[in-house]
Design a protein around this ligand. Structure first.
Ligand code: NAD
Length: 476
């Protein structure tokens, strides 16, 4: 299933200068899966040089030809989903139950941008004495850095629009989740001209910083923590390179008393807080439940949390796997400890042992009853930990839902269109889901308000992010 060693993809070849490596480990068992070259400045410099050399040819390739290759990537992912799901499940501890949906989402992105680029023209107009034309042109070399939680989706969000628009790319996957990306890289090397896509696995402070600081990288695109996002934004600002950022979240999920089907809302809000083992920027981790239904709702929610099946990520019956690493596990447990002192623990709160997976950080799905200003309710935890906040006054609830640095996603559950719309209007969030959660639709702009990011992915907006406008005026 794995090669014993993976190298960076630079200029169409798997090659490296560095002999340093880092391990990819099974998140549940600790077993070493493979070693990976630890890319440093030399690899990044070579990758950027290759991308720079490939740019003119790729930008001049007709959009339909570029689109054809993206469609091939989608087909390849479709054919290889099962294998890649097995790889990711071992590499990051996500469940084989959930991961196929990541691949469907990723595949959709390659197909969406293959189609969207064909209609992404500028405009032209006859003006007195001549013509005015606005052209959309790619930036050049784009440096892209992604996190570990949803690798296939992150790669698709980054590569598909950048390549469709005619940019060349140097992509740095996360050090905790490089394997499926490096497997995909083998296919990319087969079909793309050398240098168009380069992949440099490695660490943030080495390969990541070398990429963000490189003067030939014309645009930076980052998904990850808000903290690192600020570092990337500074690096871009220092040489006025545009930066797009998809960052953290602590999303409110709001339950009105007029919901028609409480069981369905309990299912949705449970899923919102625990999918991805709780390690999602989109997780609905602050649940606002109305006073009138609070007791009944909490009883059902607690049952739902307790009945989530925890187990090996490879068992198809498992619904909650393990966190990506011991570092992440310890971080989540620290938050749970702080929650115990500032809020009421309703259920969960402990590490769970799973047979044959002793190295894995399996955390029981956890609920705290709390106010909105506690640490547990304000900070992104990135584990299956939910803060429940009781509400009865609409304006106070909206104030609290917005009283957070983040603004990525949100959910509203109600049978009233008026409640849905007035809540959606006032929430400071890039996504508002009504009576559903985590439905990312190809073409629907995705991104954050406030400290959750800058720019929009998944949509035609993204092609604007990866192109710059040039006005050409012609005399008659
Ligand atoms: P992180 O910010 O620690 O790391 C993300 C990436 O940045 C990794 O590839 C890492 O190697 C690199 N990096 C770290 N330091 C760097 C530096 N100084 N210079 C350049 N690169 C550097 O994030 P993480 O812990 O891996 O991922 C979790 C975070 O990602 C959460 O905050 C989550 O909300 C966010 N996230 C956001 C979205 C979104 O679309 N908004 C999606 C997924 C994850």
């Amino acid at each position: 299933m794995f090669d014993s060693h993976y190298l960076p993809l630079i200029n169409g070849r798997f090659t490296a200068f560095s002999e340093e490596t880092f391990p990819a480990s099974n998140a549940a068992t600790g077993e070493e899966l493979a070693t990976i070259t630890r890319s440093g400045k030399a690899e990044v410099d070579a990758a950027v040089a290759a991308a720079k050399a490939a740019f003119a040819g790729w930008a001049a390739t007709p959009a339909a030809e570029r689109a054809k290759l993206l469609l091939k990537v989608a087909d390849w992912l479709e054919e290889n989903t099962e294998r890649l799901v097995q790889i990711d499940a071992r590499d990051i501890g996500r469940t084989v139950f959930e991961l196929p949906q990541d691949y469907r989402q990723a595949i959709g992105q390659y197909r969406f941008f293959a189609a969207a680029i064909l209609t992404h023209d500028g405009w032209n107009n006859v003006v007195p004495g001549g013509w005015a034309i606005a052209k959309r042109e790619p930036y050049g070399v784009v440096g892209q850095i992604i996190p570990w939680n949803v690798p296939s989706i992150m790669v698709s969000f980054k590569l598909a629009p950048a390549l469709a628009a005619g940019n060349t790319v140097v992509l740095k996957p996360d050090e905790n989740a490089s394997l499926s990306t490096l497997e995909l890289a083998k296919y990319l090397a087969e079909i793309f001209p050398p240098g168009v896509v380069n992949v440099v696995p490695g660490f943030g402070e080495e390969a990541g910083e070398a990429l963000t600081a490189h003067p030939d990288v014309a645009k930076l695109a980052f998904t990850g923590s808000t903290e690192v996002g600020k570092i990337i934004a500074h690096a871009g600002a220092s040489r006025l390179a545009p930066v797009s950022l998809e960052l953290g979240g602590k999303s409110p999920n709001i339950v009105f008393p007029d919901i028609e089907d409480m069981d369905a809302v309990v299912d949705n809000t449970t899923f919102a807080a625990t999918f991805c083992n709780g390690q999602s920027c989109l997780a609905g981790t602050r649940l606002f439940v109305h006073d009138d239904i609070y007791t009944e709702f909490m009883a059902k929610l607690t049952d739902a949390f307790r009945s989530i099946r925890i187990g090996s990520p490879l068992d198809p019956a498992t619904r909650l796997g393990c966190l990506v690493s011991s570092k992440q596990g310890e971080r989540v447990m620290k938050y749970i400890e702080s929650g115990r002192s500032e809020a009421r623990l309703v259920t969960g709160g402990e590490r769970v042992e799973v047979a044959d997976s002793q190295a894995g950080w399996f955390i029981a799905p956890t609920i705290f009853e709390t106010g909105n200003k506690t640490t547990i309710a304000q900070e992104e935890i990135f584990g299956p930990v939910l803060s429940v906040i009781r509400w009865n006054d609409f304006d106070t609830m909206i104030h609290e839902a917005n009283d957070i640095p983040y603004g990525l996603a949100s959910g509203v559950y109600t049978s009233s269109l008026r409640n849905a719309m007035r809540t959606a209007d006032r929430l400071q969030a890039g996504q508002v889901w009504v009576n559903q959660y985590v439905n990312l639709v190809d073409g629907s702009p995705f991104g954050g308000y406030k400290a959750s990011g800058l720019g929009r992915e998944v949509s035609k907006e993204t092609l604007h992010m990866y192109t710059q406008l040039k006005s050409v005026m012609l005399a008659e």
